[in-house]
Write a protein that binds this ligand. Structure first.
Ligand code: SAH
Length: 222
């Protein structure tokens, strides 16, 4: 049985991580405050608790990664989250990013295509006090039509394109943050939906695991 304890050592390491994020240019205090409250080590296997407070990505189940803290902070900052924003995240992974947005007061829906991860994270979140995050299993390219429109959409896997279905599920004036590119590196794009038009800004180079189509069941791809 895992015990979820957040001791002084974890808290100390976390506050150092938050200072380093500030130093690296994260300015949104609401993001920093949310990240300072969430024990990131709850999202990694217990043996790797020490790694949770380094500013690096880290492997989780099913060949996927928990994003680097700086990347989580930057994507959250670009979304300009307001309390009660309805947010769709593509790529639940460990669930950490979804919990950061929830902690900031957003109503979060998050989609994962890998069944193993979906089950693991859906079980974890209520245990650590995040039962308000709604986890969905499915192909993020399709979004979550039944809960649309969203104020914000966050994609946490690399896409070759800006998926039209996701733009469609964004409300007018809504913001989508998505890493776009077909090589190893992607450009972080912030898209503001203005009626039929989109305003697109680029915010630097990042490296994500690929956004794949379809779903993957534990028995193999279907
Ligand atoms: N946000 C995560 C990081 C996830 S890594 C965290 O905080 O830990 C990217 C995740 O996107 C992986 O778990 C991967 O399985 C998932 N993914 C890739 N393509 C997807 C798709 N089409 N729909 C939903 N999830 C997808």
């Amino acid at each position: 049985m895992l015990s979820y304890t957040d001791n002084y050592r974890h808290k100390g390491l976390r506050s150092q991580l938050i200072s380093s994020l500030r130093h690296k240019g994260i300015q949104d205090e609401r993001v920093l405050k949310a990240m300072s409250k969430i024990p990131r080590h709850f999202f990694l296997d217990e043996a790797f608790a020490e790694w949770a407070y380094r500013d690096t990505a880290f492997p989780i189940a099913a060949g996927q990664t928990i994003s680097q803290p700086f990347t989580v902070a930057r994507q959250s900052e670009l979304l300009n989250i307001r309390r009660r924003d309805k947010v769709l995240e593509i790529g639940t992974g460990s669930g950490y990013q979804a919990c950061v947005l929830h902690q900031m007061g957003a109503k979060v829906y998050t989609i994962e295509r890998q069944e193993e991860l979906f089950k693991k994270t859906s079980t974890l979140l209520p245990k650590i006090g995040f039962n308000g995050v709604r986890t969905l299993m499915g192909d993020g390219y399709e979004g979550a039509e039944r809960f649309a429109p969203f104020d914000k959409i966050l994609v946490t896997a690399a896409s070759n394109i800006i998926p039209k279905s996701l733009v469609k599920q964004l409300r007018k004036g809504g913001i989508m943050v998505i890493p776009v590119g077909n090589g190893n590196d992607q450009q972080m794009m912030k898209i503001v939906k203005k009626g039929e038009q989109m305003e697109i800004q680029q915010h630097g180079t990042y490296r994500f695991v690929p956004m794949l189509g379809g779903v993957a069941s534990e028995a193999g791809n279907v």
